[in-house]
Design a binder for this molecule. Structure first.
Ligand SMILES: [Zn+2]
Ligand SMILES: [Zn+2]
Length: 362
């Protein structure tokens, strides 16, 4: 089948037509991909900022599709069901799953055993599956617990964006940081994730919500999503946030994936405040903070995929969208073909107006 294959870091991904998927084993599901959003994290892997998947590799992780075949042990899904994929499948048995933290599941048993045939092959050789999904392909072979069943009437392009940008951004506010009504919030980065953080902050009843971005266009666009104030990042953004909030915020979110903005986010906290790093920083990057700031109960924390319980969260976000609480139609600014995906992915680093491009397979 047709897919986009990364064979060399920093080089264009190649359109191929001979990707082979195996048949579903016990708990696996074969899904016909309908839509796959482009996310900055895909670009990190194309650029070699993260390298934990052997090449060749099929990227793509913000997906919606239709179930085609299910393995013998699958009872949750049947052919014809509409689904969204999530890159944090859960086993339901490890310590973290049993504590309700399935977004940091140990992942045992969710991949095939080394002795089995790989899920993805090309010309008889294994191809790596990206975060259990590999959405830049006409079909995906995934574990059933990487999928949530959705309403078949829900639009599939918006559904795809639920899989990463929405779940990551909204979850960071609702699940990881647990922002309370009236609290002050600053968000560094107004791309797809940042805008979802901003609209979640609005929904949760946050007081001041300050949007920070290098691009004036992007920062100002955040006003429509619920930002109350805008700061253009020009080197003085920390001082400006401190001034606007009379001494710092309760919650800072980093949604860029850069060391400097992560440090800036922490620097805007008032005593007792929490910085949540949502952006994916290059592998191995170290963040440095002023240790005296920690003494007044400031916290620096990560957020893996919005600390999601995606089978609960995604259907809820869909209801919120249908009720008009979530602005997502405006966020999907381009629908493209798989042939255009590599170029569009590279353009993410310097796109001003495009918030989310989605590859449509039909
Ligand atoms: Zn993503
Ligand atoms: Zn688990």
């Amino acid at each position: 089948m047709k897919a986009l294959l990364l064979t060399e870091i920093g080089q264009p991904q190649e359109i191929i037509t001979d990707l082979d998927l195996d048949l579903p084993e016990d708990h696996e599901v074969l899904v016909r991909t309908v839509a796959c959003g482009l996310c900055h994290s895909d670009l990190h892997f194309r650029q070699g900022k993260w390298t934990n998947f052997p090449l060749p590799l099929v990227l793509g992780h913000e997906v919606s599709g239709v179930v085609e075949k299910v393995g013998s042990q699958v009872t949750y899904l049947k052919p014809g069901d509409h689904v969204v994929g999530c890159l944090t499948p859960f086993c339901g048995e490890c310590d973290n799953c049993l504590k309700g933290k399935m977004y940091i599941c140990s992942g045992e048993g969710l991949q095939r055993k080394h002795s089995s045939r790989p899920r993805l092959m090309r010309q008889g050789k294994p191809v790596s599956q990206f975060v259990n999904l590999s959405g830049f392909s006409e079909q995906m072979l995934v574990h059933e617990r990487a999928l949530v069943r959705i309403d078949p009437d829900f639009p599939m392009d918006i559904a795809a964006v639920m899989g990463c940008a929405v779940t990551t951004g909204m979850g960071a506010v609702f699940n990881t940081a647990e922002v309370r009504p009236g609290e002050t919030v600053v968000v560094f980065g107004c791309g797809g994730i940042g805008l979802n953080i901003i609209q979640a902050a609005r929904i949760t009843g946050a007081g001041q919500v300050i949007a920070v971005d290098r691009s004036a266009t992007k920062a100002e666009a955040a006003l429509a999503y619920g930002a109350t104030d805008v700061v253009i990042a020009d080197g003085t953004e920390v001082d400006k946030v401190m001034e606007m909030t009379s001494g710092g915020v309760d919650h800072a979110f980093e949604a860029v994936g850069i060391k400097a903005t992560a440090e800036a986010a922490f620097a805007t906290l008032k005593a007792g405040g929490t910085a949540t790093i949502v952006g994916l920083l290059p592998q191995g990057d170290k963040i440095s903070v002023d240790s005296t700031m920690l003494t007044f109960d400031r916290k620096l924390q990560g957020s893996n995929m919005g600390s999601n319980r995606f089978r609960i969260d995604i259907p809820r976000y869909m209801k919120m969208y249908e009720a008009g609480q979530l602005k997502l139609d405006e966020m999907v600014t381009a629908r493209i073909t798989l042939d255009q995906a590599d170029e569009a992915l590279v353009a993410l680093d310097h796109s001003d107006g495009i918030t989310r491009s989605v590859v449509m397979f039909d």
